[in-house]
Unconditional design. Sequence first.
Length: 328
Amino acid sequence: MEGNNELKPYVIGLDLGGTNSVFGIVDSRGDIKATTAIKTQAYEKVEDYVAASVEAIHVIVDQVGGLDKIKAMGIGAPNGNYYTGTIEFAPNLKWGHTGIVPLADLFSKALGIPVALTNDANAAAIGEMTYGVARGMKNFIMLTLGTGVGSGIVINGQVVYGCDGFAGELGHVIMRRDNGRPCGCGRCGCLEAYCSATGVARTAREFLATRDDASLLREYKPEDITSLEVSIAAGKGDALAKEVYEFTGKMLGEACADFAAFSSPEAFIFFGGLTKAGDLLMEPLVKSYKEHSLTIFRDKPKFLISVLDGSSAAVLGASAVGWDINPD
């Protein structure tokens, strides 16, 4: 439709995380005009999740003039398939881990607008490439370090989707083949089981259970320890907590050394709550990368932390998917 962007100047971007779902109303310049959020895991059935989401969406849509101003919706979701608009066997979603969920279609019918969906880490990569530290880059790997470990691979300026929409599950590359930790995906030894926020907490619990070191983390019940407590303790100089991040960064560096071998990225970009640990994570990561990478790749990639606040990268990336929908 001629002048469609003038008549419908906004899209909805949804960053669907394992813990929170963040919605943003975004204009064509990438300005987020309004946001809201709901708890992803508060709903056992996807129909209830969609209903609660639509209720929250209407509140912020009304702030920009109603649904008549909305061109489309884009979703970034774990195990999201860009080709089909479905979430498939997502291990960290109560209502998405047992089968195929046609989420884009459910939202489209509920809102009456076109909806497109992609993997959450791919959405973050698109957002970073358009608005963040990857602007101008054509070859990079985005690693999202949150409830799980996601990845978005960009080669020659294009997100890699593969033959079925699922390329780039680097969080489920096996790092420990002997006695590896069980992962939510059903396999053992995955990168996600060690280098996600939940993986950091698991490492801390293992260290506390098998060692006698004094630590601020002993003030907590083991089940109450999260990556936040580990980060706070490490920031206070706690040796055991710092060693947890040494362990985590070392493994991430090993993984990046392997990843560089197949795509020779200009940069590795890290996004998500775990990046708040800063140098506690990044220094051992870069050191480990240089120790394990092929000589031809050793000094080439940059190691960058996203500069987009909170879930902005994923919301903006999801909205970009919405802008790309053909109105016809």
